[in-house]
Structures are given as structure tokens and as C-alpha cells.
Design a protein around this ligand. Structure first.
Ligand code: SF4
Length: 148
């Protein structure tokens, strides 16, 4: 049987693309890999940011690092590249890391670097959703598995 295609945050697959230089390997990654055809993306790295890098948070439609650097351009470029991969490969599902300024789909940090989360979406998620790609976070694996 053909596997469904899934756009997935590279850090959830164990790739060390996090700002800290680490990853967010999913405990259930083996099952995801078995059930879906994976297309790994890290919008922040694809947008030209280095790893490790300063942490960033959203402020409205802009993104700033904790040093006050405006990294909006890099975030939008990376989001665009992730979208292109989805469109070129006819991908309609994505599993993206919650709370990230790029990949968060329900929660993001509030822009004050004080650890406070608010309802909101990251830059890549907003763009992918505009193109009708259905986003799941790692807290919604059960729902994602119903999609295949
Ligand atoms: Fe993971 Fe997304 Fe952050 Fe890249 S941008 S490290 S894929 S959460």
C-alpha cells in the first residue's frame, strides 16, 4: 500500500536542527516512519540560520532573536521553502513541533523571552495552512494516525 506523504519537522526526526543544537526526537518516531513517507524540513535552517542559533520569538508578524535581532526575513524564506517542498510533492499533511516560532501550530511564546506561551501559530505553519496543508503537532499523533 502507498504510504501517505508527511512533511515533518526535522528536529522531531532526531536531526540536530534546534536552536540549541539538539533535537526533539519523537518517542513514537519509528511508527511515524513506518506509516508515512517523510519529507523533513527545518524552516529556520532552510531560511539560512545557523545551528546552534539564538532563540527567537514571534512578535505579531515579525520574529526577533533574544538579542533583539530581526530575523523575520530568514523565517519567511524558510517557511516559503518548506511550502515549496509540500507543493512540489503534493503533500497535504504535516507534523510540526509545537510552540516553535516557525513550527508551532497552537501555541507560541509571547515575544518576551520569559517562557510564557500564548495561543498562536509559527511563521511556517501560517503559510502552510493558507495552502490547505493540515497541520498536526507532536501532541496530536493519535489524530494524525487516523489520517493515513
Ligand atoms: Fe524543529 Fe521547526 Fe525549530 Fe527547525 S524550525 S528546529 S524543524 S521546530
Amino acid at each position: 500500500m502507498m504510504k501517505s506523504k508527511l512533511l515533518i519537522s526535522a528536529c522531531l526526526c532526531g536531526k540536530n536542527t534546534k536552536y540549541s543544537g539538539g533535537n526533539n526526537l519523537l518517542p513514537g518516531f519509528a511508527e511515524i516512519e513506518e506509516k508515512f513517507d517523510l519529507y523533513l524540513v527545518c524552516p529556520e535552517v532552510m531560511g539560512g540560520l545557523s545551528t546552534p542559533r539564538d532563540p527567537s520569538e514571534n512578535r505579531g508578524d515579525l520574529v526577533f532573536s533574544d538579542k533583539g535581532k530581526d530575523v523575520t526575513k530568514e523565517f519567511y524564506l524558510g517557511a516559503q521553502k518548506a511550502l515549496e517542498i509540500a507543493l512540489e510533492n503534493d503533500i497535504h499533511l504535516a507534523l510540526l513541533k509545537e510552540s516553535s516560532p516557525s513550527c508551532g501550530s497552537h501555541k507560541i511564546y509571547d515575544g518576551t523571552f520569559s517562557g510564557v506561551k500564548i495561543a498562536g501559530q509559527g511563521v511556517a505553519v501560517k503559510l502552510l495552512q493558507k495552502h490547505n496543508i493540515k497541520i498536526f503537532s507532536e501532541e496530536e499523533i493519535d489524530l494524525l494516525l487516523l489520517e493515513k
